[in-house]
Design a protein around this ligand. Structure first.
Ligand SMILES: [Zn+2]
Ligand SMILES: [Zn+2]
Length: 334
């Protein structure tokens, strides 16, 4: 029997709210590019925004997925060090211009011409994917393929968001899914107090938070035991911005870590007064990838994952949309 042709799960029609199987895109490799056999790909809330049309894609069909763990099967011209069999990760930032003010100052996450995996180019809900060697990141050996996948966005964006809260002795996390459960462990390892806020009634997420050692877990309508020095919003709910500010101490910062959020309602100036800040975190830099993977290599993270076969990608998206995933959803693509 002939081997089945490689396939991918793609958004074929705008507004379809679901993916359909297509023949796996297999473009010829350009200079500096690698082809990976995808082993696992994390399912991120950003994928949901793309599938549900909150983030528009210019090209269809489009294969989502930007938490790719794969092994090199083909090396394009001009690659420097990668060789077949190497295990590499592919994050959200797929490439940037390399020439603009942001790229030349280590802030390629803000490049106006940046290209993003699974949004502006095809991603990892597939059996094969293409990555630029310079944009890939080595994966610590102490994580399996499905464990490593959520590190590539949930972990990395959480890492970058936490770096925006230097010196914050207590940190509130609004939304305790894939990113929250990873950044909580980083913050705890750094000796910070961690307060986890979940959707009302999400006992599973609160139980996960407590099992990881957070100092308090409750739902987002509750007040933390003490005012926080900083907060990170992973939930795409603008109404949580004034809520988080009200529970933040003078001088504290609220970081919005999602790419899409509902509108932030107006709130009294006194909620912002006393040098409180609201800021966003956008994308990631290559340095973030290297720094976080180096940290994760020496600080073993506990991964809570629910694994779905690639063909069941729609079930994974449905479960994420409905808040039924505890921790991170991951597709097994091998
Ligand atoms: Zn640039
Ligand atoms: Zn993501």
């Amino acid at each position: 029997m002939a081997a089945a042709a490689p396939y991918a799960m793609a958004l074929v029609h705008a507004g379809a709210h679901r993916l359909a199987p297509i023949a796996c895109p297999m473009p010829a490799l350009g200079p500096g590019q690698l082809r990976l056999r995808v082993q696992a790909c994390g399912v991120c809330r950003t994928d949901l925004h793309i599938v549900d049309g909150e983030l528009q894609t210019k090209t269809l069909p489009r294969v989502p997925g930007h938490e790719i763990v794969g092994r090199v099967v083909e090396v394009g011209p001009g690659c420097v060090s990668a060789k077949p069999g190497d295990r590499l990760g592919v994050p959200w930032l797929h490439g940037s211009c390399g020439r603009c003010d942001w790229c030349t100052s280590g802030r390629e996450n803000l490049c106006p011409d940046a290209v993003f995996t699974g949004w502006s180019v095809d991603g990892g809900y597939a059996q094969y994917a293409v990555v630029g060697e310079a944009d890939s990141v080595a994966i610590p050996p102490n994580y399996s393929d499905t464990q490593a996948a959520p590190l590539l966005c949930a972990g990395l964006i959480g890492w970058r968001a936490l770096r925006m809260l230097p010196g914050a002795a207590s940190v509130g996390l609004y939304g305790f899914g894939a990113a929250g459960h990873l950044v909580a462990q980083v913050a705890l390892a750094e000796g910070r107090r961690v307060y986890a806020f979940t959707r009302p009634g999400d006992d599973a997420a609160q139980a996960l938070a407590r099992s990881l050692g957070v100092h308090w877990a409750g739902d987002s309508t509750q007040a933390p035991p003490t005012a926080m020095h900083g907060a990170i919003l992973f939930a795409p709910v603008g109404a949580l911005v004034p809520t988080a500010l009200e529970h933040t101490a003078p001088g504290g910062t609220v970081v919005c870590a999602g790419i899409h959020m509902s509108d932030i309602p107006s709130f009294p100036y006194r909620t912002l007064w006393m040098e409180r800040c609201v800021r966003s975190v956008a994308n990631l830099t290559r340095r973030d990838g290297r720094d976080f993977m180096a940290w994760a290599a020496t600080h073993p993270l506990t991964l809570s994952t629910t694994v779905y076969p690639l063909a069941e990608a729609n079930a994974a998206l449905d479960d994420l949309r409905a808040g039924r995933v505890s921790g991170a959803a991951v597709l097994s693509c091998d």
